[in-house]
Ligand binder design. Structure first.
Ligand SMILES: [Zn+2]
Length: 133
C-alpha cells in the first residue's frame, strides 16, 4: 500500500515534469507561430501572385514549372521581413541552397547571374511603385 503510494507519487512527479516541458515547448511553438504570422501578414496573396507573374520563374536560376517558394532576399535571420520588397519566387533547389546566406555572395558562389538578379529585382520594385504626380 505504502509502496503503491510512493510509486504513484513518483509517477505523479514524472508526469508533472513532462507537463512542464510540454508547456514550455508549446509556448515556444506558439511564440514562433505568432512571430511568423505577424511577419507573414505583410505580404498579401495578391502581392505574391504579382511577384510570381513578374519573375515568371525562379528569381535566381529562372527555373519554371516546379512549385515556387517564397524566398526572403534578405533572410529573416539577418533582419529581412516578409514584404513585397524582400520576397522573390525561388525553386525548391535554390531556396534550400540559399537558406540563410547573404544573397549576392550566394549567387556568386553558385555562379548565377548576380547582376541580372539585382537589376530585375530593382525593375520589379520600380514597376510596382505607384507613379508620382
Ligand atoms: Zn532556382
Amino acid at each position: 500500500m505504502r509502496g503503491g503510494a510512493a510509486a504513484a507519487a513518483s509517477v505523479g512527479r514524472t508526469l508533472a515534469g513532462m507537463a512542464v516541458s510540454q508547456t514550455r515547448r508549446a509556448r515556444a511553438s506558439r511564440e514562433r507561430k505568432r512571430r511568423m504570422d505577424a511577419a507573414e501578414n505583410d505580404l498579401t496573396a495578391l502581392e505574391w501572385s504579382e511577384i510570381r507573374a513578374a519573375w515568371g520563374g525562379c528569381a535566381y536560376c529562372g527555373a519554371t514549372g516546379s512549385a515556387l517558394q517564397k524566398d526572403c532576399v534578405l533572410p529573416l535571420s539577418r533582419g529581412g521581413r516578409y514584404t513585397v520588397e524582400n520576397i522573390v519566387p525561388a525553386c525548391r533547389s535554390c531556396n534550400a541552397s540559399k537558406s540563410n546566406d547573404e544573397v549576392t555572395g550566394w549567387l556568386r558562389r553558385k555562379r548565377l547571374d548576380e547582376r541580372a538578379f539585382l537589376l530585375r529585382h530593382r525593375a520589379f520594385l520600380d514597376g510596382r511603385l505607384p507613379a508620382r504626380e
